[in-house]
Design a binder for this molecule. Structure first.
Ligand code: AMP
Length: 302
């Protein structure tokens, strides 16, 4: 069983109340691939970078078992660049710069060796590209999970609705769920979004955890209370990587499995935010991950 990860591999510059970085490595697919690699040993990446992207990072993600055959390197172009500033509560942020560069005309080529993928994680990218990926797979995967953001709701809503109708699980944050549905109450927003096609909806609420909906049932998982939150960038992607990684490992896509996957995704996200960028996602152990999952258990069992 393999997982296809598609998304941005990028340079980020981040400002939080606790510090500031120059260009560091980021991108949705970087976080997703690293996070899912703790659950599964067959992660296949499709993404694009420019000639300015450090080859060492590519080797580092390969050393976590990520297959980079589908990573295009456009030697004469620049990598995607995103910059954001977090407010004091770390729950909201402003995008300062989005330079699409290589992403502007990204044509996602799926290598033949990837054609048998069973699980697909479409990270935050243009909906047109996300549609192309699904169209180019010869067989319908077992599960397609989609992440997106308000940026695409603002500029490509029709394409976004189209890809949403093709996916099984949509993950967005509460603000985006309200924007997409036009409903303030999350219960009503969820019902409207599920009517757009996906079987399951995950609404992420930052430090307040995540909600999982299907047509009949709702599940809530809190986020762990941490001693130190340094940089929330990539938390949503790291969550998504842990989520799909857990599901692929379990080999099941029912509501009960998705509930557990949300807890594992949240555990992975808790590691991500403790350091800047992807720094904390290279040397975790299964024991540390299980220990975090156990902390969830203790927090919510009564
Ligand atoms: P998250 O904090 O989980 O929302 O993800 C942050 C990551 O998303 C950063 O590493 C950015 O490089 C990436 N990102 C931000 N905006 C976009 C965009 N418009 N398209 C693709 N990736 C983006």
């Amino acid at each position: 069983m393999s997982i296809l990860v598609v998304g941005s591999v990028a340079f980020d510059a981040i400002e939080t109340p606790f510090g500031k970085t120059d260009k560091i490595i980021g991108g949705a697919a970087s976080y997703i691939a690293l996070s899912s690699s703790y659950f599964h040993n067959d992660i296949r990446l499709v993404a694009v970078v420019g000639g300015d992207f450090p080859k060492e990072f590519i080797s580092k993600i390969e050393s976590r078992g990520v297959n980079t055959q589908g990573l295009q390197i456009k030697e004469n172009e620049k990598s995607f660049f995103w910059s954001g500033r977090y407010n004091y509560d770390l729950n909201s942020r402003d995008t300062l710069v989005t330079e699409l560069n290589v992403l502007a005309d990204f044509d996602p080529i799926i290598p033949d060796t990837y054609h048998d993928v069973e699980y697909v994680m479409l990270g935050n990218l243009s909906p047109q590209v996300q549609i192309k990926v699904l169209e180019r797979l010869p067989n319908r995967p077992k599960l397609v999970v989609l992440d997106t953001m308000n940026f695409w709701m603002d500029i490509a809503l029709e394409d976004l609705k189209n890809i949403i109708s093709m996916t099984d699980v949509l993950t967005i944050n509460d603000e985006e769920a309200r924007q997409l549905s036009g409903e303030y109450q999350l219960k009503k927003a969820a019902a409207k979004i599920l009517a757009m096609g996906p079987k399951y909806l995950i609404i992420k609420k930052g430090e307040h955890g995540a909600l999982l909906f299907d047509k009949n049932t709702t599940f809530y998982a809190p986020a762990l209370l941490l001693d130190q939150v340094f940089d929330p960038t990539g938390a949503g992607d790291t969550f998504a990587g842990g989520f799909i990684g857990y599901i692929a490992k379990a080999g099941k896509t029912d509501f009960e499995t998705l509930k557990k996957a949300i807890v594992y995704g949240s555990a992975m996200a808790s590691f991500c935010v403790e350091k800047f960028g992807t720094e904390n996602l290279f040397d975790l152990t299964d024991e540390w991950i299980e220990e975090r999952v156990n902390q969830f258990r203790i927090m919510v069992t009564y």
